[in-house]
Design a binder for this molecule. Structure first.
Ligand SMILES: O=C(O)CCC(=O)C(=O)O
Length: 282
């Protein structure tokens, strides 16, 4: 095995409460546990790990990035533990506008990139779920890429996974690992969670992971759980269940090369038939 092609990834499926400081403390405990047990290169948290996923509360919990308390906490922890951290997502405030934002921190404690959720989750299915992120949030305007050898990471948040063209653009830009902090409601989780992960993995021939909050049936918004990572052939490598759990995987990126060499999907595309225009990458 070529170890320069390997990278350890820890996914943290955790409960969050209405108490932001307690959520940060708990995330810190779990990140430390992941590092002590597995020594990963990158640790990933879920969507809205520091706050309840409640439209009415987004502004109350929102923070500027990187000046806010959560950014500070993640930067310090990444530096102290000498790891990269994907800070799930948090409600961000910038010039009075609110965003659902994922941050990515280097082992030096600096912000490498931030991804603002591009596709806001608006759904109205009577007696199942009504949720309208766009009533309070502003959508992101950039796709977001970070290179950490041997990975080239494309970031998304939750509903972003439903839009295949986004992941095809990441693939075109050289991404081989898609990281997507997510909080699907249980109904859509049961129907689509694994399906979307496996679909995006095979069509981009990349590793794809979604990291969920743990399922809490007493909360106002019940997340699916089942944080998962899928390989470039669409095979589920590992999955959590519903409760809190840390998942560790050692990714061998030569598998991406192998899949892409075996079936040269990208070379065989017909861009002359279909135009896909990229607005911007940050
Ligand atoms: O894509 C879905 O079905 C769920 C999306 C979602 O829960 C979200 O974006 O918060």
């Amino acid at each position: 095995m070529d170890s320069s092609k390997n990278m350890g990834l820890a996914l943290i499926q955790m409960h969050s409460t209405a108490d932001k400081m307690q959520n940060l403390h708990h995330a810190g405990e779990l990140i430390r546990e992941a590092v002590a047990k597995y020594n990963p290169h990158i640790v990933c948290l879920p969507e809205f790990f520091n706050a309840p996923y409640d439209i009415k509360l987004f502004r109350t919990y929102a923070e500027p990035i990187p000046e806010g308390i959560t950014s500070n906490f993640l930067a310090n922890l990444a530096q102290e533990l000498n790891i990269h951290i994907v800070g799930g997502s948090i409600p961000e405030i910038d010039e009075e506008k609110l965003y659902n934002t994922c941050t990515f921190w280097s082992p030096r404690g600096s912000l490498v990139v931030k991804h603002r959720k591009v596709h806001l989750f608006d759904v109205d299915v009577p007696e199942v779920i009504t949720f309208k992120e766009s009533s309070v949030l502003t959508p992101g305007e950039f796709l977001t890429i970070a290179k950490v050898e041997p990975a080239c990471i494309g970031f998304g948040i939750c509903f972003d996974i439903q839009f295949p063209e986004m992941w095809m653009k990441y693939r075109e830009r050289g991404c081989n690992l898609m990281i997507i902090p997510s909080a699907f409601p249980v109904k859509y989780g049961d129907m689509y969670w694994e399906l979307y992960l496996r679909a995006r993995a095979v069509d981009s021939q990349s590793f794809v992971t979604m990291i969920s909050p743990a399922r809490n049936v007493d909360s106002g918004y019940v997340s699916h759980g089942y944080s998962m990572i899928v390989d470039p052939y669409g095979k589920v490598i590992k999955s959590a269940k519903e409760d809190e759990e840390i998942i560790y995987v050692d990714l061998d990126f030569s598998l991406v090369d192998k899949a892409r060499n075996e079936i040269k999907l990208f070379e065989m595309r017909r861009p002359d038939m279909f135009e896909l225009v990229l607005k911007s990458v940050e």
